[in-house]
Design a protein around this ligand. Structure first.
Ligand code: EPU
Length: 432
C-alpha cells in the first residue's frame, strides 16, 4: 500500500485550478443511464470513486469509455435494473442509481448501502420520495426493490432531521424526469452539485426549474437524449487548499471557482483574520503566520458551512490563538480526525457533536492513519504545517476524492512523496 511522507513546516504558495467536483460527477454519471443515447462528460476528476462508478455502470450494461484523462463517454443503450451488493457496499454514492433506474426502466433493485465510517447514513428520505411518486418500495434480502410502473408526479417534502438530503434530491430529480405529470420537491438540497445535475438533465431534454434552490419543479418528459456536459469545479477541493494556505501562513490563489460556492468558508477565514481577496475569476487567501484567531463553526446544508470542510477547519483551529467550538450538525460523529490530530499535539475535546479546540502554537509531525476522505485531507494539512516529518498511511482514502493531491501540493511548494509502506522507517510504523 502507498503512504505519504511529508516534510513539515512548509508554506503553500502559488496558483491553482481545482478539478471537477466529485459530488457532481457521481450523480451525473448515474444520470447518463436515463437515455439510450451516448453522453460525453468533461472535466471529470481522475479519482478512484469515479472509476468505480464507471465500473458499476458497465455492470448494468452501459458502454463506458474513457476518451482522455478527464473526459468520459457513457452509452447506456440497454441496461439492467440490478445493482448488486458487492459493488454498492464499496461506494455509498451508488444509491443515486435508484432514481435513474426506476425512471428509465420502471423498476430498480439496488442493494441497501452498508455502514459508513462517518456515521449512520439512512436512506429513508429517498424511499419516502419514491413512494410519493407512486412507486411500490420493498426492502428484501438487503435490496431496495422499487416498482415504478405506475409512477406519477406529486409534491415531495425532502426535509429530514438534519435538513435536506443531497443524493436524495439527486435521486428524486432523476426519478421524476421521465415520470408523467409534474413533481415539486420542497426542501430540496440547494448544493451547486444539484444545480449542475439539473443543468445536465435539461440539456438532455428534461424540464426542470429551480435546481440549486430549495424548491425544484420537474415536468416529466417522454424521453431524454444524449448530451455533452462539463462538470463544475470542486468547491471542497478548493476549500481544502485555501485552508492549507491559512494553516501554513501561505498565499494561494484559486482560479475558476465562483466564490459563492464557498462563501461560508471565506466568511470564517475572514473572521479568523485571513486576508481574503476576491477577483473576477479568482479567490486568494494570504495570511501572516501567527495572526489568525479562533472562530466557531456549525456545519449546515448549503449555503451553510459544509461538513466536508469541517475536519480541515479542526486542523486549522488547532494552531491558532484562542478557543473554538466546531459543531457538526450533518454527521454528529464525524470526528475520526481528532484522535490523530491529538497525536500531533492538538488540544481538542469532543463534547457531544462538538469539538472544543484550544489552539497550540505548533503541531508536531507523527506517523498518522487516514480513516476517511476529509479526515485524511485534514491530517495532510496538519502534517504540512507541523514541525518535523509525518507519514500518512491508508492514503487510498484521500485518492477517493482529491485528484493528484500530492502533485498539486508539490506545485505549491510542499515536499511530499508517495512511497510504498515498506519504505517507512520502523520508528514511523503506526499501530493499526
Ligand atoms: N439523511 C437522512 N435520511 C436520508 C438521507 C440523509 O436522515 O434518507 C441525513 C443524513 O444522515 C445526514 C444528512 O441527512 O445527516 C445529510 O445527508 P445527505 O443525504 O445530504 O448526504 P449524502 O447525499 O449521502 C452528500 C455527499 C457527502 C456530503 C453530504 C453532505 C455525495 C456523493 N456525497 O452525501 O460527501 O458530506 O452530501 O453535504 O454527494 C464527501 O465528499 O466526503 C462526502 C461524504
Amino acid at each position: 500500500m502507498k503512504v505519504f511522507r511529508i516534510e513539515g513546516g512548509q508554506v503553500l504558495n502559488g496558483t491553482l485550478e481545482v478539478s471537477g467536483a466529485k459530488n457532481a460527477a457521481l450523480p451525473i454519471f448515474a444520470a447518463c443511464i436515463l437515455t439510450d443515447e451516448p453522453c460525453i462528460i468533461e472535466n471529470v476528476p481522475d479519482l478512484s470513486d469515479i472509476r468505480f462508478m464507471a465500473e458499476i455502470l458497465e455492470t448494468l450494461g452501459a458502454t463506458v469509455e474513457r476518451i482522455d484523462t478527464n473526459t468520459w463517454k457513457i452509452h447506456a443503450k440497454k441496461i439492467t435494473s440490478v445493482a448488486p451488493y458487492e459493488l454498492v457496499r464499496q461506494m455509498r454514492a451508488s444509491i443515486c442509481l435508484l432514481g435513474p433506474l426506476v425512471s428509465r426502466l420502471g423498476k430498480a433493485q439496488v442493494s441497501f448501502p452498508g455502514g459508513c465510517v462517518i456515521g449512520p447514513r439512512p436512506i429513508d428520505l429517498h424511499i419516502k420520495g419514491l413512494k410519493k411518486l407512486n412507486c411500490d418500495v420493498q426492502i428484501d434480502q438487503g435490496f431496495v426493490n422499487v416498482d415504478g410502473s405506475n409512477m406519477k408526479g406529486d409534491e415531495i417534502y425532502l426535509g429530514g432531521r438534519m435538513g435536506s438530503t443531497v443524493t436524495g434530491t439527486a435521486n428524486m430529480v432523476m426519478a421524476a424526469t421521465l415520470a408523467p405529470g409534474i413533481t415539486y420537491i420542497e426542501s430540496a438540497a440547494a448544493e451547486p452539485e444539484i444545480a449542475d445535475l439539473c443543468d445536465m438533465l435539461n440539456k438532455m431534454g428534461a424540464k426542470i426549474s429551480g435546481g440549486g434552490s430549495h424548491r425544484i419543479t420537474i415536468e416529466g418528459v417522454k424521453k431524454l437524449k444524449g448530451t455533452t456536459h462539463s462538470i463544475i469545479p470542486d468547491r471542497i477541493e478548493a476549500g481544502t487548499f485555501l485552508v492549507g494556505a491559512a494553516i501554513t501562513g501561505g498565499n494561494v490563489t484559486i482560479n475558476g471557482l465562483p466564490s459563492s460556492y464557498i462563501r461560508a468558508l471565506l466568511d470564517r477565514l475572514d473572521e479568523a483574520g485571513a486576508d481574503v481577496q476576491l477577483g473576477k475569476q479568482s479567490i486568494r487567501i494570504c495570511t501572516d503566520p501567527g495572526k489568525l484567531r479562533s472562530v466557531d463553526i456549525i456545519t449546515l446544508p448549503y449555503p451553510g458551512f459544509p461538513t466536508d470542510l469541517q475536519a480541515q477547519m479542526c486542523a486549522l483551529m488547532s494552531v491558532v490563538d484562542g478557543l473554538s467550538i466546531i459543531t457538526e450538525r450533518i454527521y454528529p460523529n464525524r470526528f475520526m480526525h481528532i484522535p490523530e490530530l491529538q497525536r500531533m499535539g492538538a488540544d481538542i475535546a469532543i463534547e457531544g457533536s462538538s469539538a472544543i479546540i484550544k489552539g497550540t502554537q505548533q503541531l508536531s509531525g507523527a506517523p498518522i492513519m487516514a480513516s476517511d476522505l476529509r479526515a485524511s485531507a485534514a491530517l495532510l494539512l496538519a502534517a504540512i504545517a507541523a514541525k518535523g516529518e509525518s507519514w500518512i498511511q491508508r492514503i487510498y482514502h484521500i485518492d477517493r476524492g482529491y485528484e493528484n493531491i500530492d502533485q498539486k501540493m508539490q506545485a505549491l511548494g510542499v515536499t511530499i512523496e508517495r512511497l510504498q509502506d515498506s519504505e517507512m522507517p520502523t520508528s514511523m510504523k503506526n499501530i493499526a
